[in-house]
Unconditional design. Structure first.
Length: 174
């Protein structure tokens, strides 16, 4: 059972990660359909994922995305720069739940929290040029493309561009 409710979106509930969520998170991050869209190349074992879950609140905010009490993904922000008021946001949804708007709702919900509760000034995300679905999620949540890093990443045997998206607190319409 996922941890306590942290925030409520229109279709999702964001909950804290608990020890019993490690198996779900490990399966999610190792799923080839998900992993190839992340900035991670290698497999994650249970101990590595356990360490991530335990450190999730030390390095930022990392939450489970739940629908009707069941986890369908994760969302969070890290690399918090308190001096500048910035952080990098990220999300992943289990492929069986793609296309239902859960990523967009989770992103909007956590973005609102980051701007109102954490008083961050700007959130940003990096996404492969080959990941059209994630670019749509960011755009639907109000993020705008700020830059293209040409041939920045090596993915599936080829170099691909990486797009950087950003959103300022005073632009957010959440």
């Amino acid at each position: 059972m996922p941890g306590p409710r942290y925030a409520e979106g229109e279709t999702v509930t964001l909950r804290t990660m608990e020890d019993e969520d490690v198996e779900f998170c490990q399966r999610l991050v190792n799923d080839p359909r998900v992993r190839t869209r992340l900035f991670q190349a290698g497999p994650i074992n249970r101990q590595q994922e356990q360490e991530f879950v335990e450190s999730a609140t030390e390095e930022g905010v990392n939450l489970l995305v739940c629908v009707d009490g069941d986890p369908v993904g994760t969302v969070g922000y890290t690399d918090i720069n308190d001096l500048w008021g910035t952080a990098e946001i990220g999300y992943m949804i289990t492929p069986e739940q793609w296309g239902h708007g859960y990523a967009t709702d989770a992103l909007r919900t956590l973005t609102a929290e980051a701007f109102s509760e954490r008083r961050l000034h700007k959130l940003y995300a990096h996404v492969y040029a080959t990941n059209d679905a994630s670019q749509r999620v960011l755009e639907k949540a109000g993020y705008v493309e700020e830059a293209t890093l040409r041939k920045e990443a090596f993915v599936d045997g080829e170099y691909v561009d990486v797009h950087r998206y950003g959103l300022l607190a005073d632009e957010f319409e959440g």
